[in-house]
Design a protein around this ligand. Sequence first.
Ligand code: CDP
Length: 194
Amino acid sequence: MIVAIDGPAAAGKSTVARAVARAIGFTYLDSGAMYRAAALSGRDDIGALRIEVGDRVLLDGEDVTEAIRTPEVSAAASEIAARPEVRAALAAKQRELISKGDWVAEGRDIGTVVAPDAELKVFLTASPEERARRRAAELGLPLERVLADIAERDERDTTREHSPLRAADGAVEIDTTGLSIDDVVERIAGMVRR
Ligand code: CDP
């Protein structure tokens, strides 16, 4: 079974997807970490990169778990994510990974492109201010800067020609503004159990 969780930058997808996976015994896939690692590599031949995502993120064997979380890499990831050949290479890796077993996969295009047959699709949102507050606290960066970075990334991710961010047909939309992580996790885990 596949649970697809998509949504805009810093909507809480990673935290929620990881916790849902733990609650229901599925494996968690952070597709954004792949775009981030690909951006960090600075290389054009994305298909040739060895990217492993799990508790740690490895790029050709090197641990890049922390290095991929900087604002610079966030922006670079969203830039290369607009290139169709990059998307094709990473979507192929993602499909191969989730072809066996039970997964909670999280990103921008899981429900629309990578796993359109996912049994459950969730579109997670929150107000831009709430998302910026969460990400600023997480990274220890000024709120204004994070708000601007997120707005720029959302604009690029939603308006790109290939696999733009949007809610998949049939996706359950959850606005997490003002909800606790536990509330959101319980709601999604409950839908899976039913
Ligand atoms: O955690 P956050 O929401 O800040 O970002 P992320 O999920 O790590 O994704 C980083 C960037 O990769 C996004 O801004 C997208 O441009 C791109 N991405 C994508 O295009 N498709 C995905 N399935 C996942 C990420």
